[in-house]
Design a protein around this ligand. Structure first.
Ligand code: DER
Length: 238
């Protein structure tokens, strides 16, 4: 099966957990899209009904509308029954890196408000240590004083060998800073050998920096992870 087939398999397994009448946190990314499509299909066929979706990004809001999922927001539905979302990395303790799509703040708010948060991944997302994939650990910051904030983030990790931190850029020729749905900037942190320090301490140090809004490490938030691999599907519960 292709990687996209695996993403679809994991997504469909998660949607098996959806019951009519639920308030659902709708994730963002290519794996979550398969869950949206599946939910839309089951609603159209009448297998599911009375579902309310809380989208974790403007992109997901648009896609959910296109497949006919009724939408609301966290203010009207502060108790979310189940959230389904992808991840960029999953460690053995079900800690996650998310946000490479730039949606980490709304994802963390909605998934943090959920009774259950089920993560759907293909096996390529599994890591021994967060940051270990060599890809980014994103931090959402306010644009004001961004270069100062970047400097303070770098100070936190001066000891880590192979560490780098960069402002995420976008647009043609990567000319301007990427803007999140919340009109904030993202600083991407890179750890060559993963994060070697205690994750809770690293989390606290990042969040204490004035100007930082949130980071993409989801520690202790996932209830379970559904991993689709070439040898089949594995479900790890917390
Ligand atoms: O940006 C995000 O948080 C996405 O959920 C990301 O972590 C997973 O995206 P993918 O399913 O396209 O790999």
């Amino acid at each position: 099966p292709s990687q996209d087939d695996l993403k679809r398999i994991a997504a469909h397994r998660a949607v098996d957990l959806v019951e009519s009448g639920m308030v659902l946190g709708l994730g963002t990314g290519s794996t979550a899209v398969h869950a949206l499509d599946r939910i839309g299909d089951l609603l159209r066929r009448g297998v599911l009904h009375d579902i309310v979706g809380i989208p974790t990004s403007k992109k997901t809001e648009a896609h959910a509308l296109s497949v006919g999922i009724p939408l609301s927001d966290l203010d009207r539905h502060p108790a979310v029954d189940l959230s389904i979302d992808g991840a960029d990395e999953v460690d053995p303790h079900l800690n996650l890196v998310k946000g490479r799509g730039g949606s980490l703040l709304r994802e963390k708010m909605i998934e943090g408000a959920s009774k259950r948060f089920v993560v759907i991944v293909d096996e390529s997302k599994m890591v021994d240590r967060l940051g270990g994939s060599g890809l980014a650990v994103p931090v959402e910051i306010i644009p004001f004083g961004w270069s100062y904030t970047l400097g303070r983030l770098k100070m936190l990790f001066t000891g880590e060998c192979g560490f780098d931190a960069r402002l995420r850029m976008t647009g043609g020729e990567k000319k301007e800073p990427f803007l999140t749905d919340n009109s904030n900037y993202i600083i991407d942190l890179y750890f060559e050998n993963g994060i070697t320090r205690d994750l809770d301490e690293v989390s606290d140090e990042i969040l204490r920096l004035t100007g930082v809004v949130e980071h993409g490490m989801f520690l202790g938030l996932a209830s379970s992870v559904i991993i689709a691999g070439r040898d089949g599907v594995t479900v790890n519960n917390k």
